[in-house]
Design a binder for this molecule. Structure first.
Ligand code: 13P
Length: 258
């Protein structure tokens, strides 16, 4: 089963409009000459306030080499939800993906599995693709409950999603202890957990659909780690934080996934 790899940069709360434009233009120029079919699907997720400027810069190039993602959304269409942004509003910028359930959203902003499930269903209904994050804390890993915790996050996030729609979602396995710490999860171990996620997906949606799902690894991905990660049987790409904020390191990661 061949799945097109994804290299996605989660810029988190970095970069104003100017810095966002510079970063996306730098990436664009660096990959312009590369055969489109040889590239992984390249995705950037700026802050909401930079979606327009990044979108314009991606569209202007017309090369279709970079896709846009938002880092979050709300599941309601509109209304009295101060500070929130709807999926339709994100669609306005021609975004293709929306990251949901990032551990920072779960831990700092108290997002529940139920809320993530509502977001997943609303994103799918809108025709966009959710990048659903999951991952264990160090404490859960040491207690030996990693696999059951991840399975539970996946089952809850996808409750009520039709099997055929499950095939199109993207999952990002991001062990929380590896995020922003410089401690990358061992590639074989990340692959083992990701295989477990695929087994869970098979139970939910059948093997054929599960085999189509792209599952990314995230957590201190660097140019030096990407080749070994991509060499694993079930790792279909990376969700990159810190190393996506510099053109050179992000482009090296993109090239490492080719
Ligand atoms: P780092 O690559 O900085 O560890 O961040 C990973 C992450 O949280 C991506 O969503």
């Amino acid at each position: 089963m061949s799945r097109r790899p994804i290299i996605a940069g989660n810029w988190k709360m970095h970069n104003n409009r100017k810095a966002s434009a510079e970063l996306v233009c730098g990436i664009k120029e660096a990959i312009e000459g590369i055969d489109k079919d040889a590239l992984p699907e390249v995705v950037v997720a700026p802050v909401f306030t930079s979606l327009d400027v990044v979108s314009q810069n991606i569209c202007n190039c017309g090369c279709g080499r970079i896709q846009l993602a938002a880092q979050n959304c709300y599941f309601e269409e509109k209304g009295a939800f101060t500070g929130e942004v709807s999926i339709d509003m994100i669609k306005d910028f021609d975004a293709k993906f929306i990251i949901i359930g990032h551990s920072e959203r779960r831990q700092i902003f108290g997002e529940s599995d139920e809320m993530i499930n509502k977001k997943a269903k609303a994103i799918i209904a809108s025709g966009l693709t959710p990048i659903i994050c999951c991952g264990e804390t160090l404490e859960q890993r040491e207690l030996g409950v990693t696999d059951s915790h991840i399975a539970s996050q996946i089952v809850k996030a996808l409750e009520g999603v039709a099997p055929a729609d499950v095939a199109n979602v993207v999952i990002a396995y991001e062990p929380i202890w590896a995020i922003g710490t410089g401690k990358t999860c061992d590639s074989a171990e990340a692959n083992r957990v990701i295989k477990g996620i695929r087994t869970t997906l098979s139970q939910i949606a059948g093997k054929e659909n599960a085999d189509k799902v792209r599952i990314l690894y995230g957590g201190s991905v660097k140019p030096e780690t990407i080749k070994e990660q991509m060499a694993q049987s079930d790792i279909d790409g990376a969700l990159v934080g810190g190393a996506s904020l510099k053109v050179d390191s992000f482009v090296e990661i993109i090239k490492g996934a080719m």
